[in-house]
Design a protein around this ligand. Structure first.
Ligand SMILES: C[S@@+](CC[C@H](N)C(=O)[O-])C[C@H]1O[C@@H](n2cnc3c(N)ncnc32)[C@H](O)[C@@H]1O
Length: 356
């Protein structure tokens, strides 16, 4: 028998390998449980209850009463979440719980909140297409999201305002993380940039944070009308509704954050060409904020996130995907840009800067 590196295993190594497999497979048998229990904790407001209690420690009785549930059930949920190191528990006596950096990500508000992202990915609507992933792999034209809902994710959102809100809030969670990484890791990309159009800018969270960090910038958050019509107002950010396949508003720089990965190559070239038309020929740039698969070492923990995201694109979009550097290069050259740079961030995404 061969091991993972193609090496012939000794009898002892083979037994060890099989023992590891017998444990490892449970991760997949019950893979959904982690997400489901975290979603349950968000819905119950466990992190909020602890936060209002100064971050803990908070006894089981107090926590159960704050979230309005029976202590026996809260105990089991918390035992699981403590085991996963999401919350912490006092070492001795009857259990009392406290917050960690990870549990603060379950708060519905705040800079590190990822609650809306969990609620969207864990919603019935987002989970349903996963049941048809194999159908999508067998037939590249069979979108799993459309098979489940009869329309693509953006049309579904346009017709279901509650879900549109949840998607926008979910995207805002990542926007907060990605913008913070740009501001700390690659701020010079906005040097000399007076105006920015954020194409597919969602509810404007990314631009709101960018104009705060770079006060000389005026922003246009550009998205489909059903998104911009309900986006919150913000100083120096104008919301403009439209279709990026038709026209993109003019600005010194066009940002495309987590937009191109929703689309196939032909659509990406169309959008990139519209962005190129929107920026000035000399000093303009297009700033893509997306994952670059295989960019970092394989033991980089975020590479696993990038590969999961690629699976999400397969389940939720028609032809969308995460791209390697070679694939990005192909798209950029096809769209007529003269040169580009790739700038890794401490984030799932990198910043790819395109010059006309
Ligand atoms: C994955 S979200 C990314 C949102 C935001 N850039 C972020 O990272 O938080 C993709 C966005 O593209 C928008 N979008 C989809 N089709 C579009 C189109 N034809 N024109 C403009 N925006 C579009 C969606 O409404 C959605 O807000």
């Amino acid at each position: 028998m061969e091991g993972t590196q193609g090496k012939i295993l000794s009898e002892e190594e083979k037994q060890e390998d099989e023992a590891k497999a017998a444990v490892g497979i449970w991760k997949y048998v019950f893979g959904f449980v982690g997400m489901a229990v975290v979603k349950c904790a968000i819905e119950l407001g466990i992190a909020e209850a602890l936060e209002e209690h100064g971050g803990g420690p908070m006894t089981l009785a107090d926590l159960s009463s704050a979230v309005g549930c029976r202590p026996a059930s809260v105990f089991r949920i918390m035992r699981f979440l403590v085991h996963r190191r999401i919350f912490k528990q006092t070492a001795q006596g009857s259990p009392a719980y406290y917050q960690t950096s990870l549990s603060r990500c379950l708060l519905k508000q705040g800079a590190s909140s990822m609650a809306a992202f969990v609620l969207w990915e864990g919603s019935r609507q987002a989970l349903e297409p996963w049941h048809n992933l194999s159908g999508r792999v067998r037939d590249e034209d069979a979108s799993a999201f459309e098979a489940a809902h009869g329309k693509d994710v953006w049309r579904y959102a346009a017709e279901n305002p509650g879900h549109s809100k949840l998607i926008n809030e979910a995207m805002a969670c990542d926007a907060r993380v990605a913008v913070a990484a740009i501001v700390s890791g690659f701020p010079e990309v906005f040097d000399g940039v007076g105006s920015v159009v954020d194409v597919g800018g969602g509810d404007g969270t990314a631009l709101r944070l960018l104009v705060k960090a770079f006060p000389w910038i005026r922003g246009i958050s550009f998205d489909l009308p059903h998104v911009t019509s309900v986006a919150p107002d913000c100083d120096r950010v104008k919301h403009v509704g439209g279709n990026m396949f038709e026209k993109v508003p003019n600005a010194d720089a066009a940002v495309l954050m987590w937009v191109l990965h929703d689309w196939g190559d032909d659509e990406c070239v169309q959008v990139l060409q519209k962005c190129r038309e929107a920026i000035p020929g000399g000093k303009g740039k297009v700033i893509i904020v997306e994952a670059v698969i295989g960019e970092k070492k394989e033991d980089d923990e975020l590479e696993d996130v990038r590969l999961m995201l690629d699976m999400v694109m397969m389940a939720h979009t028609g032809k969308g995907k995460e791209r390697t550097l070679e694939e990005w290069k192909h798209l950029i050259m096809e769209s007529g840009f003269s040169r580009f740079t790739v700038n890794p961030l401490h984030a799932v995404q990198s910043v790819i800067v395109l010059y006309p």
